[in-house]
Design a protein around this ligand. Structure first.
Ligand SMILES: Nc1ncnc2c1ncn2[C@@H]1O[C@H](COP(=O)(O)OP(=O)(O)OP(=O)(O)O)[C@@H](O)[C@H]1O
Ligand SMILES: [Mg+2]
Length: 396
């Protein structure tokens, strides 16, 4: 009885056939890492081996569990759903685990372990839990992941490159080495993802400053600090509302030239005083439009500003819209489309701003704990406004 498995593509096949005991496989998204891992696991299990699949989250483990069950169904195995364990006739075992519950992972000897998205698994899982379980049976392991900076997965990758470590092998492939992926789609990603994210997630590079969103920030600080209102400017203002501890920030840019004109950062004012200050700023610069966040304090303040005749557009910040907003600003800076004021707070907040890839895909953008991002958000809103359609907007 043979299993129905798709034929591996050439880069997958070369890794599959490699004789190393421990394989560290750093590849871009959609390369086919998980499929390769499944076939490695099934090879050992169908030859009587006890095998474990480990994913970072319960949800990811669940997907693989369903796939493996389906693939193995023709062998009529014994399936123990609560334990996510499949026992095959010849003694082979497939168990699927999530790395979130490492205690649950301790157990008897293993012949083979697959650690999927290993860069996103807890760092101590391999040395403290999995490696000791491979001792009895001299088991092997595959580590599959896209890189996550120079973390523990990078250290394993380095072992694979070290000629003094004959049991280890390292493999590196960008997403492009999966011949089934659409080239145009990959090119579109290059244009739309910030460079740093593209290099980590698609080219599978262990980028040093992984997580830094805005690059060459200081080189972009070329806007004159003494700009004045001028008739041929098209002025857009972005506003990030201060809550109790942080600042209200207004970023003023000339959308025609891609130049930052002013930055107003303040706190300790009542909402009425805050609105008056924003309205004054908008009038002084004859702003075409003010873009402000609609959440929390935003809604009522935007309504009041509009009632006062200030042209305000509301931006709805969500888990979906925020990455797009930030990515657009990062690309504008990378492409030199926006000159920044040499404001030390702005430059340090831009430099500190992080992106963290999440194991299930997508990214979380935020300031590191304890730091602010008000100037970043205000500037991103202004840039968004500069690129949005502004027909029919202006002072009432
Ligand atoms: N050799 C293959 N033949 C046919 N389809 C394949 C092959 N390898 C992978 N695929 C399919 O391509 C898609 C991506 O593969 P897979 O999920 O293994 O990639 P991945 O590198 O783990 O992706 P991600 O970065 O999203 O985790 C899946 O739909 C998978 O079923
Ligand atoms: Mg995968």
């Amino acid at each position: 009885m043979t299993l129905k498995l798709p034929p591996l593509h050439p880069a997958q096949a070369a890794i599959y056939a490699h004789p190393a005991r421990f394989k560290v496989i750093a590849c871009g998204r959609r390369f086919g890492k998980t499929e390769l891992g499944k076939q490695l696991l099934l090879h050992h299990a169908t030859n009587g081996g006890v095998t474990w699949w480990i994913s970072p989250t319960y949800g990811m483990a669940g997907q693989v569990w369903r796939d493996l069950r389906q693939v193995l169904a023709p062998l009529k195995p014994t399936v123990t759903t609560v334990e996510r364990r499949i026992d095959l006739e010849g003694g082979g075992v497939v168990a699927v685990r999530s790395g979130m519950t490492p205690d649950f992972l301790r157990g008897a000897g293993l012949d083979y372990a697959v650690l999927d998205e290993a860069a996103f698994l807890p760092a101590d899982l391999w040395p403290e839990v999995v490696r000791p379980m491979l001792i009895d049976r001299r088991g092997g392991a595959a580590f599959l992941s896209s890189p996550n900076g120079r973390n523990h997965f990078y250290h394993l990758y380095a072992l694979g490159l070290d000629p003094q470590q004959p049991e280890w092998a390292a493999f590196h492939h960008p997403s492009h080495d999966n011949p089934r992926l659409d080239r145009a789609e990959l090119e579109a990603l290059r244009a739309t993802l910030p460079d740093i994210v593209y290099r980590a997630e698609i080219l599978a590079e262990f980028v040093d400053s992984a997580g830094q969103v805005f690059r060459d920030v200081d080189l972009r600080a070329t806007a004159p600090a003494d700009a004045v209102p001028h008739a041929d400017q098209r002025v857009v203002i972005g506003v990030d509302w201060g809550k109790s501890v942080d600042y209200t920030v207004c970023a003023v840019i000339d959308a025609n030239r891609g130049v930052m004109l002013a930055l107003d950062r303040f706190n300790g004012l009542s909402w009425a005083e805050t609105r008056r200050r924003i309205a004054d700023l908008a009038r002084r610069w004859n702003a075409q439009v003010v873009w402000a966040e609609a959440n929390a304090a935003g809604d009522v303040n935007i309504e009041a500003l509009i009632a006062d005749g200030v042209p305000v557009c509301a931006f709805q910040t969500t888990a979906r819209s925020k990455p797009v907003l930030i990515d657009k600003l990062a690309l504008a800076l990378e492409h030199g489309e926006l000159a920044l004021l040499p404001d030390p707070v702005l430059l340090s907040e831009l430099n500190a701003f992080r992106v963290d890839p999440m194991p299930l895909g997508g990214y979380r953008y935020s300031a590191p704990a304890g730091l602010h991002d008000d100037t970043v958000i205000a500037l991103a809103l202004a840039w968004h406004g500069a690129r949005a359609s502004t027909v029919g907007i202006g002072f009432a």
